[in-house]
Ligand binder design. Structure first.
Ligand code: HEM
Length: 507
């Protein structure tokens, strides 16, 4: 091919050059968004943004680095979409609470396909509000208290399993995922499965499969790279990210349990979420409002399962890990449980849990150091100015939970496990927005009370039966490595030794 009639250039070179330029322009054009608005942020690579840095540093490492380099408020991108990171607590309160009506939605989680498309975590605007107000009573403290006996049974099974494996090096999270799986099965569907003794039960097998989403599968990549095309196509052809066999299994479990509860005239017979949803549906219909369809009930059940199983198991894992490394804290928490149990008629009952102030401080501190969800987000639904920043409709706003909880300007020695920081005077003056592992505002974690009750109950019972100890192979916190994901998951299992206590004594 001749260029301007002057030089002869081989066709392949022309096409390759044109292709490269086109690729570069297509790959780079979204990345001028923040620069044009004078907002600082990391440099991006064509098409993939700063994905390689996320893979190299992990999500938390990359967030901390950007925080240091570009400040608490900066602009970045999730692949090709602009994201405003807000680590300023006043702005966070504006977005999540005061101006929440302009930030009702969350960004795409890649699971907007049937039936999860109707799940509370992905619903938008009015639809989300309607479902959230129907579901909120099912998570009231009264309902959580009614579920206490279900959690208690799972906690007993957990303690028995730990005692059986005592004095060995164990992957501690396995016990906690078995526990949270048992809790999910009983609190959601009223099923008693005992995964500790029967780790291969169908519920566990299919449940684990649901979390086995391949990040480099064509489905996931097309949702992430081309969401505007992929989401409608996935909806149209009912393509889901989840393995079909496992999905079908849960759809059947939920359908059967729902039919049983619908048919039962005795509303006090079941204390699980499914039963609460049936009651909430009837009550909404009685008041002339639209209740929940079976599709919507199915979506909520699966959403609770996906949102509550792994997060809670991780929270328990980190708490056990920090207590193992901090024997004095573990001993103090143990003595507190022992005393509280004696004061509550020899029971670690619901009221007793509320009195465990030091154990709760340990839990808070562990959630601060290792928040299971590193971030959350909101999508701006109406162009709004917040603290002088104009946030356009459609822009995703990221709340960096992890960075807030590790901010050295707020937390003294932020990388040290120190539960006493929640008792000090400074705790009173500290803005609570710096510790929001369950999010903030009307769209915060709906399962927070359940998760807190589960962890406190199980940990109190475990402390009475066993002591967590580190092993030579247990990595200290500064050496722990995490997977590159928005959830804080360790790369290699945390190994601990579990030593049975001879008896419940105050020694
Ligand atoms: C330690 C355990 C848990 C942690 C750390 C956690 C954390 C979170 C966070 C950070 C959010 C986003 C909140 C926001 O955007 O402001 C969230 C949302 C949510 N969580 Fe949890 N969660 C946990 C346990 C649970 C449990 C046990 C359930 C259910 C039974 C659950 C159900 C949900 C749901 C449905 C949402 C979406 C709420 C909405 O969009 O209205 N979570 N969670």
């Amino acid at each position: 091919m001749q260029i301007l009639g002057l030089i002869e250039v081989p066709n392949w070179l022309v096409y390759t050059t044109l292709g490269t330029v086109a690729f570069y322009i297509y790959g780079m054009w979204p990345y001028s968004y923040w620069k044009k608005r004078g907002i600082n942020g990391p440099r991006m690579l064509p098409l993939i943004g700063d994905l390689p840095s996320f893979m190299r540093l992990g999500f938390h490492g990359k967030m901390v680095e950007d925080f240091k380099l570009y400040g608490k408020v900066h602009g970045t991108y999730t692949l090709r979409s602009p994201v405003l990171v807000i680590g300023d607590t006043e702005m966070i309160k504006q977005v999540c609470i005061k101006r929440a009506e302009n930030f009702t939605d969350r960004g795409s989680l890649g699971n907007e396909t049937k039936p999860l498309d109707k799940g509370i975590a992905v619903l938008k605007g009015h639809e989300w509000k309607r479902i959230r107000s129907i579901l909120s009573p099912t998570f009231s403290s009264g309902k959580i208290k009614a579920m206490f006996p279900l959690v208690e049974q799972c906690s007993d099974q957990l303690c028995n399993a730990l005692v059986k494996s005592s004095n060995e090096s164990v992957d501690i999270k396995t016990f906690f995922t078995n526990f949270t799986m048992d809790v999910v099965a009983s609190t959601l569907f009223g099923l008693q499965i005992n995964t500790q003794d029967d780790p291969n039960n169908d519920f566990k097998r299919h449940g684990s499969e649901l979390f086995n989403i391949k990040l480099f599968s064509w489905k996931f990549l097309s949702l992430m790279l081309f969401p505007k095309i992929a989401i409608p196509l996935f909806k149209r052809f009912e393509i889901t990210l989840f393995p079909k066999e496992s999905f079908d299994f849960f759809q059947k479990v939920i359908h059967d349990a729902l039919v049983e509860r619908e048919a039962s005239a005795d509303s006090d017979k079941y204390h699980d979420f499914l039963a609460s949803m049936v009651v909430a549906r009837r009550e909404a219909e009685k008041e002339g409002a639209k209740g929940l369809t079976e599709h919507e009930v199915m979506a909520q059940s699966l959403t609770f399962f996906l949102a509550g199983f792994e997060t809670t198991a991780n929270a328990m894992q980190y708490l056990a890990y920090f207590l193992a490394w901090n024997k004095d804290c573990q001993d103090r928490a143990y003595r507190e449980v022992l005393e509280a149990k004696a004061n509550h008629g020899g029971q670690v009952n619901y009221e007793c849990l509320k009195s465990l102030r030091y154990l709760n401080n340990c839990f808070e501190e562990s959630m601060r150091l290792c928040p299971p969800a590193l971030l959350t987000d909101r999508v701006c639904t109406e162009t709004t100015t917040v603290n002088g920043y104009e946030i356009e409709k459609g822009i995703n706003v990221r709340i960096p939970i992890y960075c807030l909880a590790h901010d050295p300007e707020v937390w003294e020695e932020p990388e040290r496990f120190n539960p006493d920081r929640f008792d000090e005077d400074s705790a009173e003056s500290r803005d609570p927005t710096y510790l929001i592992p369950f999010g903030l505002g009307p769209r915060n974690c709906i399962g927070m009370r359940l998760a807190q009750m589960e962890v406190r109950k199980a940990m109190a019972e475990m402390l009475l039966k066993v002591e967590f100890q580190t092993l030579p192979e247990t990595l200290p916190f500064e050496k722990l490595e995490f997977k590159p994901s928005g959830f804080l998951t360790v790369k290699s299992p945390i190994k601990l030794k579990v030593v049975p206590r001879s008896s419940e004594s105050s020694d």
